[in-house]
Design a protein around this ligand. Structure first.
Ligand SMILES: Nc1ncnc2c1ncn2[C@@H]1O[C@H](COP(=O)(O)OP(=O)(O)O)[C@@H](O)[C@H]1O
Ligand SMILES: [Mg+2]
Length: 263
């Protein structure tokens, strides 16, 4: 996912110039509507011609047509550390799947400490997965239909109990069983906390069909990558994404400390 950010910046500045040339009353091209409706980081929608969007199509193809074994339906996105692009990948992969002709996607935010999915998709985080796990709400009441056709979201929800204990709870295992039984027509994409920081993420890996591991290209230490993959279970890891987006890394130290503080 090399020069993802460069392509995005270029695309957006080109589009800004185009937008200025349009008179206000003619500002109803499809491009403009999409631009205002979605978070610009949802590149598969806002910059469909970019290299990044193309990379998500390739990733989707690899999920739909695995080299061997059945198609993974429940897929978790994780990485060793915060700020490596997990939420970016999870949201774009889910949106990319939902853009297909027949496929439905459900995007689940399991990062209780730094939930992001509701922000990217522009929905409320008042109630979500944590309300399900604490028995306050049924799953159907918590699923949100997004403005993207065929994409639903289960946000993290406001914390009401110790996040790490919820992640490892038996309710979580039941949830994934329910996904497989009731929502077997959907791909379930799960955004998580960093697995090297929050060890319960490794338990979560047992409940999904496969794991995609995000690496900050040239930054995540090799040894940590190996250790993290071992802890998640090698057989579960579908592949590694090398994210070349360097801006994300700047915030790394601060977030890393914050995770520990709240843990
Ligand atoms: N490839 C990328 N292109 C553009 N922005 C990115 C990319 N990867 C990450 N980002 C941005 O970097 C920041 C951190 O990424 P995020 O997905 O929230 O990390 P994580 O979920 O691993 O903590 C976010 O603002 C995100 O939008
Ligand atoms: Mg995140």
């Amino acid at each position: 996912m090399g020069k993802l950010s460069d392509a995005l910046d270029r695309y957006q500045s080109e589009r800004a110039v185009k937008a200025q040339m349009l008179r206000p009353e003619t500002n109803h091209s499809r491009d403009m509507i999409i631009h205002h409706a979605f978070d610009p980081k949802l590149v598969v929608l806002t910059a469909p011609e970019s290299i990044e969007a193309e990379n998500f199509k390739i990733l989707k193809g690899q999920i739909f047509f695995p080299k061997d074994g059945p198609r993974p339906r429940t897929i978790m996105i994780t990485s060793a550390f915060p700020g490596e692009g997990k939420s970016f990948v999870a949201a774009n992969l889910a949106a990319s799947i939902a853009q297909g002709v027949n496929e439905y996607a459900l995007l689940v935010d399991c990062d209780f400490r730094r939930p992001r999915i509701h922000k990217i998709l522009g929905c409320s985080n008042k109630e979500g997965l944590q309300q399900y796990l604490t028995g306050k709400k049924a799953l159907q009441e918590l699923l949100i239909k997004t403005r993207i056709d065929k994409l639903s979201v289960l946000t993290a929800g406001i914390p009401s109990f110790k996040p790490s204990e919820l992640l490892a709870s038996s309710m979580m295992e039941e949830l994934f069983e329910e996904f497989k039984e009731r929502y077997d027509d959907r791909y379930v994409i799960v955004d998580t906390a960093p697995s090297h920081v929050i060890s319960e993420v490794n338990i979560l890996a047992k409940y999904v069909d496969g794991v995609i591991f995000v690496v900050m290209a040239g930054k995540t230490p090799r040894e940590i990558i190996h250790k993290s993959i071992e802890a998640l279970g090698k057989e579960k890891v579908l592949g590694i994404i090398f994210n070349g987006y360097q801006k994300a890394y700047k915030s790394y130290d601060r977030y890393y400390k914050n995770y520990y503080k709240k843990g």
